[in-house]
Design a binder for this molecule. Structure first.
Ligand SMILES: C[S@@+](CC[C@H](N)C(=O)[O-])C[C@H]1O[C@@H](n2cnc3c(N)ncnc32)[C@H](O)[C@@H]1O
Ligand SMILES: [Zn+2]
Length: 326
């Protein structure tokens, strides 16, 4: 972790704004590889290992359950990879780091929807971004490539943050990594210019608590970006789907005003540059015909978009700014 990030942290236990003191036992260029952070208010200590600071604090049952599932997967993967030579092992870990093991659909949807947002915003080099539930940080890297100082946060390092070095070396970027719970972020109020969340808010114990935390750590002019898609349920993981109206209500109660966008993934499907999952092909040709006609404007109009979100539950793809009334 970089010393610059230490200035942005707060203790997840006492939540005071007192600084955390850092000590290190190993420093690699600008990064603290191992050491500790101590809260100057309550004296709680947090370890830094392999560049990752563990600022989880006490965990909820939901977080404990999820961490156990990820630990189990890591043990299984390590068993499977033991017989492979180092090059094949690396290749497999890289596949996991870039989510290739989840299939093309998830990667394509996330990648296109993020690009759709990036085409609409102008992040400036040197600004701070935190990604909540970042996994290996394969999408954090896209923001880091734009020159932002990025922080990937996840509750687990197992096949998540511990794979970030593979992502960073392939993408030629650096980002900070923290183990933390998005419902109790160890980040000072207003410290971030951007909060980014992809496919992870539905894991947290509470959507509104997570969004409130996201809004709290944002600077007054900061932007929250969320992309989300319906996930398959994995046993042991806490995965819930939210309706459009639930998203809206939670965003508003967190004190942010959302602007929902038509997901770039759907635009790619409608214009024929991305293919549809087999199950959805039945009616899609109708929408594709409309998209190629003058009806495109109607499809993109606000009432049709809202109706589609309410009735069909489109991918979530939105930006939000603080309203100042949370
Ligand atoms: C489906 S993965 C998404 C990973 C990545 N954002 C992406 O789009 O590929 C959900 C991630 O959320 C993390 N997560 C679950 N609950 C969390 C919490 N309370 N705080 C932070 N991260 C959490 C999980 O560990 C997991 O890495
Ligand atoms: Zn403290």
């Amino acid at each position: 972790m970089t010393p610059a990030l230490v200035q942005k942290l707060r203790c997840p236990r006492c939540r005071s704004d007192s600084p955390l003191e850092s000590t290190f036992t190993a420093l690699n260029r600008e990064e603290i590889e191992s050491g500790a952070l101590t809260c100057t208010a309550c004296r709680e200590e947090y370890a830094i290992e392999e560049g990752i600071a563990d600022l989880l604090g006490s965990h909820s049952a939901v977080v404990r359950g999820e961490r156990a599932v990820y630990r189990g997967s890591k043990i299984q993967v390590e068993d499977r990879l033991r017989s492979l030579d180092p090059a094949a092992r690396d290749l497999e870990l890289r596949r996991i780091a870039f989510m290739e093991h989840t299939g093309e659909q998830f990667r394509l949807t996330s990648s296109l929807n993020l690009q759709g947002v990036l085409d609409r915003v102008s992040p400036r080099p040197g600004q701070w971004l935190i990604e909540l539930g970042a996994g290996s940080g394969w999408l954090t890297a896209r923001w880091a490539a734009l020159g932002l100082h990025c922080v990937a946060v996840d509750i687990s390092a197992d096949l998540k943050l511990d794979l970030s070095p593979l992502v960073m070396s392939r993408e030629g970027v650096f980002f900070d990594r923290l183990m933390a719970d998005m419902t109790n972020l160890p980040i000072r109020t207003g410290a971030m210019d951007w909060v980014f969340v992809s496919a992870s808010l539905h894991h947290a114990a509470s959507l509104s608590d997570s969004l409130r935390e996201a809004a709290r750590v944002l600077a007054p002019e900061g932007t929250l970006v969320v992309i989300d898609q319906a996930a398959e349920e994995t046993p042991g993981l806490h995965e819930r789907s939210f309706t459009y109206l639930q998203w809206r209500r939670a965003l508003r109660s967190a004190g942010v005003r959302p602007e929902f966008m038509f997901p770039a993934y759907y635009q790619a499907i409608l214009s024929g540059t991305a293919s549809l999952p087999v199950a959805s092909r039945r009616f899609a040709w109708l929408a594709q015909v409309a998209w190629r006609s003058r009806l495109r404007g109607l499809l993109l109009s606000r009432p049709v978009q809202t109706a589609a979100r309410v009735l069909l539950g489109l991918n979530v793809c939105m930006m939000a700014r603080k309203t100042g009334d949370s």
